[in-house]
Design a protein around this ligand. Structure first.
Ligand code: CP
Length: 308
């Protein structure tokens, strides 16, 4: 197995199945569902610094990385408002990365441009984690999605997943589609408005485009009978024109169309895609999914720093 120490996390395709399974195994060591007490160890990475460079807003990714770093003993530095840094004075992205590289042991970067994390990794001496690069990918979200699926079903094979919403611009769906291909006999159904289908590079043999009028979502889901619905908001920051026409909602009527065992995931934030009335259903696992991000990110930081 390739070593994790000092490794960048840029693209989910850089991680074969065995490595993904290993990361998920380590994540279990931090998850109170699997360990009797909080196994976060405040000394694992004592003296190390995580720099969180958020050029684009975030709640879950930024705060769970911050929490994960602190739970394993790291200090944190960084920003979430680039205008409050010397970028405001005209400093370039590359120079900003070079400077933060000197102050930290790992860089965690979210940026609105595709492939910006790769650009940062080319400049930095220390490991870089892609925390979402525009409409491209969000590999650590995918790792926590895989962890959530494994925890729920006990397997990552033989699953039917309905991706619902705009697949074209949705980075977490891109990386999840690519990741599920590494496991056996998974079928992915991309239920999107026409014109917002999955880009070819993230599709595979068992990927089925299902472009529909989103008002017919419930009917389509009752045909597919997915194990997992993976919903996403309309990423309007990456789209032009009126995007309201693409909106849809999963509600109590949708639940009636689904097998009892179907679960609903969403990377969050949600806007209107899931009626809050669905939250109380056992099918709704999106808040657990967000919580799982903490354990996966504790594992990733520990592995990258070579502390496990
Ligand atoms: N899932 C996710 O990336 O959420 P944030 O944008 O809040 O980080």
């Amino acid at each position: 197995m390739k070593r994790f120490k000092n490794r960048d996390i840029i693209d989910i395709n850089d991680f074969p199945r065995e490595e993904l399974l290993y990361i998920l195994k380590i994540a279990k060591k931090f998850d109170p569902v699997f360990v009797k007490k909080d196994r976060s160890n405040y000394t694992i990475a004592q003296g190390k610094i995580a720099a969180l460079l958020f050029f684009e807003p975030s709640t879950r990714t930024e705060q769970s990385f911050r929490s994960a770093a602190q739970k394993i003993g790291m200090g944190t530095i960084g920003f979430n408002d680039p205008e409050a840094t010397s970028i405001h004075k005209g400093e370039s992205f590359s120079d900003t990365i070079r400077i933060m590289d000197a102050y930290a042991d790992v860089l965690i970067i979210r940026h609105p441009e595709a492939f910006s994390a790769k650009t940062a990794a080319d400049v930095a001496q220390i490991p870089v984690i892609n925390a979402g690069d525009g409409p491209n990918q969000h590999p650590t979200q995918t790792m926590l999605d895989l962890y959530t699926i494994l925890k729920q079903f006990g397997r990552l094979d033989n699953l039917k997943i309905a991706l619902v919403g705009n697949q074209k611009h949705y980075r977490t769906m891109h990386a999840l589609s690519a990741a599920m291909f590494k496991f056996s006999n998974n079928k992915i159904y991309g239920i999107s408005p026409k014109g917002l289908e999955m880009p070819a590079e993230f599709k595979h043999a068992n990927y089925f485009d299902e472009p529909i009028d989103m008002r017919k979502l419930n009917r389509k889901l009752s045909e597919i009978k997915p194990d997992i619905i993976y919903a996403g908001r309309i990423p309007k920051e990456y789209m032009k024109g009126d995007v309201k026409k693409y909106s849809y909602q999963i509600d109590k009527e949708t639940l009636k169309c689904l097998p009892k065992s179907t679960v609903i995931m969403h990377p969050l934030p949600r806007v209107n895609e899931i009626d809050p009335e669905v939250d109380a259903s056992p099918a709704a696992i999106y808040f657990t999914q967000a919580r799982n991000g903490l354990y996966v990110r504790e594992a990733l930081l520990t592995l990258i720093l070579g502390r496990i």
